[in-house]
Design a protein around this ligand. Structure first.
Ligand code: NAD
Length: 420
């Protein structure tokens, strides 16, 4: 099916949100806040989330659906569909809504399998709509500044790269041991659900995918073999809870007194910010379970080694066992090096021996260091100006970087070097 690309328009871009969960709500908020986007439709099966969202944005009743299939069965009612359902529920709505002529903003990972990610990419291309994946790290000031340092040739020829994703001990426990991304059969391997951002970011900075990958890693700590003596199945019943770094009681009760933690991760645990609701959720829900007694199987540490067609080598480390920090990256070139911590870039010029520190700005509490806002801004510009070029995380670019993830995971599971 062939769709004519939208002509440029100055009206607010109209948006249908598919999945009014944490991410869907955040993109809706950012789009409305910009003054350039207007939320006009929602598809969400959870009645409480659906009605709160409908009221927040004054969505007309006729544009409220209890799932993406209802939206797809109706005539097209918005310029853009934001697909923010869970990982295994991306491909079908993406393909159907692209086919109806919606521009797509699609949460990562695109899909758990290459076949589904390819299906989405093909549908977007066939429909001639704009499509972007939420690889938000591409859209931060920090990334722009680092890419400029590389592209200006300040480092000479790049020889090696080291990149670290410090997940954070309690974030790992929340999302990848007790939470939505703990089990690869339900969501996907951690390299896909979390670190697809990192392998995508490296592809963006380094100008393409590696030629070969190897990978090692596993679940070192969060399993029954590491359960301390005296520990119970739930933190509320546990005799050693107070000495455990992963105490759910400590983590979630602390969220009540902290406005940032009340925004995330608390809403994943309970919709109400009060002690009784938290204790009820810890008594009955998944987030009160002992981290050594869950149905998790995703890794808590993984390394990936890559070689690029130019000969450049890169390593990536993902580990749970850190404070919550920004990603850290070191790039080593023939004429200079960079040490980046997510805000500051320390650039050393080997010709002068001098180091310059570039402050890319304090993103404060902005989502993903400003990447969420940067992505929404780029999407609205792309649709308003009919210029997909302002979006770097196209379906094709994202499919290419997802393929690195699948290759690395295959390398880890088979103990081989995989060539792409
Ligand atoms: N870009 C990022 O950095 C980033 C960060 C976190 C999460 N994510 C991804 O975003 C996606 C959503 O994550 P979340 O934390 O918002 O999850 P969530 O569970 O809070 O939200 C998903 C929503 O989809 C709804 N849903 C389920 N079936 C549906 C259907 N048939 N039609 C419409 N809606 C349906 C659920 O009821 C839920 O409200 C996931 O794929 C996740 O991996 C991306």
């Amino acid at each position: 099916m062939e769709f004519t690309k939208y002509t440029a328009h100055r009206q607010p871009v109209t948006i249908a949100v598919v999945g009014a969960g944490l991410r869907g709500r955040e993109y809706a908020r950012l789009a409305e806040q910009s003054g350039r986007g207007r939320v006009v439709a929602v598809a969400e099966p959870d009645p409480a989330r659906r009605s709160a969202f409908q009221q927040a944005y004054g969505v007309e009743r006729s544009s409220v659906f209890d799932g993406w299939a209802g939206l797809a069965a109706a005539p097209k009612i918005a310029d853009v569909a934001i697909i923010a359902t869970q990982d295994r529920q991306h491909a079908d709505p993406a393909v159907r809504l692209a086919g109806l002529g919606y521009h797509l903003l699609l949460e990562k990972p695109m899909a758990p399998t290459e076949a589904d990610a390819r299906r989405i990419t093909d549908a977007v291309e066939a429909a001639g709509v704009i499509g972007a994946v939420c690889h938000v790290l591409r859209y931060t000031n920090y990334t722009r500044a680092l890419k400029q340092v590389i592209d200006e040739g300040r480092l000479g020829e790049l020889i090696n790269v080291q990149h670290l994703e410090p997940v954070g001990w309690w974030h790992q426990a929340h999302s990848f041991v007790r939470g939505n991304w703990r089990n690869s059969a339900e969501s996907g391997p951690m390299l896909l659900t979390k670190s697809c951002h990192d392998l995508d970011w490296l592809a963006y900075l380094l100008g393409g995918a590696p030629a070969s990958v190897a990978s090692f890693g596993g679940l070192a700590h969060f399993h029954p073999g590491k359960k301390p003596d005296g520990a119970a199945a739930r933190c509320l019943d546990c005799a050693v809870e107070s000495t455990c770094p992963y105490s759910a009681k400590r983590l979630y009760l602390n969220c009540l007194d902290d406005d940032d933690l009340a925004e995330w991760p608390l809403p994943a645990v309970t919709p109400s910010r009060d002690r009784e609701s938290v204790l009820r959720a810890l008594r009955d829900g998944p987030y009160g379970r002992c981290v050594y007694d869950c149905d998790n199987d995703v890794v808590d540490n993984q390394v990936v080694a890559m070689q690029y067609p130019s000969g450049l080598t890169a390593t990536f480390t993902m580990t749970a066992f850190t404070p919550m920090q920004r990603r850290q990256t070191r790039l080593f070139g023939s004429h200079g090096s960079v040490d980046g911590d997510g805000r500051f870039l320390r650039v050393t010029d080997f010709r002068t021996g001098r180091a310059e520190t570039i402050d890319t700005g304090d993103p404060g509490e902005a989502g993903h260091d400003g990447g969420d806002g940067g992505l929404v801004d780029a999407l609205l510009t792309a649709v308003t100006e009919n210029d997909p070029g302002v979006l770097s995380s196209t379906m094709a670019a994202s499919l290419a970087s997802h393929r690195v993830v699948w290759a690395a995971e295959e390398a880890r599971l088979t103990g081989t070097v995989v060539r792409l």
